[in-house]
Design a protein around this ligand. Structure first.
Ligand code: IPM
Ligand code: MG
Length: 363
């Protein structure tokens, strides 16, 4: 197959890791007889510097015309003092809204090879953690009406959801659960918020279409607690934009694998998806060849799976990453407390070498 991928390296370590992602994609293309072409687009701080805005229309247009979009990371202290509507993060919202990628899949997976990095006690983690957060991405308070009064003494943001917006995300939650442990937990604040009560209503109204899935509801404050108390009770969590933002950070941290976690943002399938590592731009280590490229490489696997229907190719990448970890290779962030042993074994590696190792395993 021939496919066009838009690349948004972005800021900080973004260019370092996206580069490794494309090298891995090329290795997969060579192995399976595909051809991937790339077009780099500017967004985030890089676009602010060059064009004075975080997401020029031309950048969005290039993404919309591509078969898929891979993003590194955006933002950094350099742009901390620009006005709110011009911040690098605005590029992310513009991409999500502009590409209509309403569903954000954030798997929080503990890699067994990295279990020492998990901050939870062994008896809580048991044999491992594997939670999928399905976060609504183009609605709710992130996109609702906001403003200030004339006197500048009050400000507001609005949480607003339509039934179709809720239904499409919950259906994806149910479908994802069907492919996993068949449990869906809808997280909300239905004891307070009217919008949450509508989420529950919609879930109840469609649950009979998924009789094999066990549906439950949980208030978000309790969910935040349960994630550290007993995370193994969760399979798929479906939730609103803001609750998903908060809980996915928590879920990623309890796996101890923040430098390893990928994400996919998907729409209705008529346009490209947006794939990115869940970590940030880490400007302090940019360009130093020490950032961990594995979350981006695993995002490439998700890209192949969801946008190109290349399941075998996706698995090939995931297996290669597993093998690299099995052999003990680590970047600094995932070496954790065993860093001295990793170093002594000559297995502490940088960004490029980690990319090389994955490519070698792809064969
Ligand atoms: C995320 C990030 C973004 C969000 C920020 C950078 C706008 O935290 O992708 O989780 O809040 O969605
Ligand atoms: Mg976040």
């Amino acid at each position: 197959m021939e496919k066009k991928i838009a690349l948004i390296p972005g800021d900080g370590i973004g260019p370092d890791i996206v580069h490794e992602g494309t090298r891995v994609l090329d290795a997969v293309a060579a192995k399976f007889g595909h051809k991937f072409t790339y077009e780099t687009v500017l967004a985030g701080g890089a676009a602010i510097d060059k064009f004075g805005e975080p997401l020029p229309q031309a950048s969005l247009d290039t993404c919309l015309k591509a078969d898929s979009v891979l993003l590194g990371a955006v933002g950094g202290p350099k742009w901390d003092n620009v006005p709110g509507n011009l911040r690098p993060e605005k590029a992310l919202l513009g991409l999500r809204g502009g590409m209509k990628v309403y569903a954000n899949l954030r798997p929080a997976l503990m890699f067994k090879q990295l279990s020492a990095a998990c901050p939870l006690k062994d008896e809580i983690v048991g044999t491992g953690l594997d939670i999928l957060i399905v976060r609504e991405l183009t609605g709710g308070i992130y996109f609702g009406e906001r403003g200030r009064n004339a006197e500048n003494t009050e400000a507001w943001d609005t949480e607003r959801y339509s039934k179709p917006e809720i239904e499409r995300i919950l259906r994806l939650g149910f479908e994802s659960a069907q492919k996993r442990q068949k449990k869906l937990c809808v997280v909300d604040k239905a004891n307070i918020l009217e919008s949450s009560r509508m989420w529950r209503e919609v879930a109840e109204s469609i649950k009979d279409d998924y009789k094999d899935v066990e549906l439950s509801f949980m208030y978000v404050d309790n969910a935040a607690m349960q994630l550290v108390r007993n995370p193994r009770q969760f399979d798929v969590i479906a939730t609103s934009n803001m609750f998903g933002d908060i809980l996915s950070d928590e879920a990623s941290q309890i796996t101890g694998s923040i430098g390893m976690l990928a994400s996919a943002s998907l729409g209705d399938g008529t346009g490209p998806g947006l794939y990115e590592p869940i970590h940030g731009s880490a400007p302090d280590i940019a360009g130093k060849d020490i950032a961990n490229p594995l979350a981006t490489i695993l995002s490439c696997a998700m890209l192949l799976r969801y946008d190109f229907g290349m399941e075998e190719e996706a698995r090939c990448i995931e297996n290669a990453v597993e093998k690299v970890l099995d052999e003990g290779w680590r970047t600094g962030d995932i070496a954790g407390s065993s860093i001295d042993e990793v170093k002594a074994a000559g297995k502490l590696v940088g960004t490029k070498k980690m990319g090389d190792l994955v490519i070698q395993m792809i064969g």
